[in-house]
Design a protein around this ligand. Structure first.
Ligand SMILES: [Zn+2]
Length: 229
């Protein structure tokens, strides 16, 4: 039987996931700044030692995912894993709002870009492990991997462990809509959906909203691809 435990920690607009495996535990994303202690409490309240945190994987470096990264790295001494093209944004503490994927969010994105230097900043931090296409997690004694799933941003990535995929903002689940309202490259995004669907996973955990079953994603993918033809 699997010993995997997945604990979603609400951090304002999204979730951080605490994942406890048979051999240790890690975090997927760090939420918006201000939730540092809530995240640490989620760890300690389960009898885990924060200094044993194996790593923090950032699905990408928007402020609502990388917001507590610097603080948590300092407090726990853990390593931060991020895809190559997100590394500079993490070091800068800023990643611009992506383009909208529908008329409403095109407007929100347009306005957001003008004020984003005010709201979308976070404390910069040095990444420790930078990968390009894939990262095998066996280095941490975990049977799993991280794969590059660009589209929402150029460095967006997903972590697969057992039959679970942590997908950041590649997928959403807000008001029955699973297509991200923001994405810089929608062609890339759909290619990443295909890649995610090909993984040996049946549960997909977006940062915004509840987990999704593979069938739901497949249906939306087929609908989107049919529209493109
Ligand atoms: Zn994002």
């Amino acid at each position: 039987m699997s010993k995997l435990k997945i604990i979603p920690i609400p951090t304002g607009v999204g979730h951080v996931y605490l994942v406890i495996t048979g051999t240790g535990f890690f975090l997927v994303d760090t939420g918006t700044k201000g939730f540092e202690n809530k995240i640490l409490k989620a760890i300690t309240s389960r009898g885990l030692n924060i200094e044993s945190l194996q790593f923090i994987f950032l699905t990408h470096t928007h402020y609502d995912h990388a917001g507590c990264a610097a603080y948590l790295k300092e407090k726990t001494g853990t390593k931060i894993i991020v895809q190559e093209s997100e590394a500079d944004k993490l070091k800068a503490g800023f990643h611009r709002v992506p383009d909208g994927t529908n008329p409403l969010f095109k407007v929100i994105s347009f306005m957001g870009k003008r004020i984003s230097k005010l709201y979308n900043v976070f404390q910069p931090v040095e990444p420790d492990i930078i990968f390009n296409n894939n990262l095998d997690l066996s280095i941490f004694g975990i049977e799993g991997k991280i794969i590059h799933t660009p589209g929402h941003t150029s460095g967006s990535s997903s972590l697969i462990v057992e039959n679970n995929a942590f997908v950041g903002d590649c997928l959403f689940n807000i008001m029955h809509k699973i297509y991200p309202p923001f994405a810089n490259d929608e062609d890339e995004l759909l290619k990443s959906w295909k890649k995610l669907l090909e993984q040996n996973a049946d549960l997909y955990y977006p940062a915004h909203g509840k987990r999704l079953k593979k069938e739901v994603i497949l249906k939306e993918y087929q609908k989107r691809m049919a529209k493109k033809k």
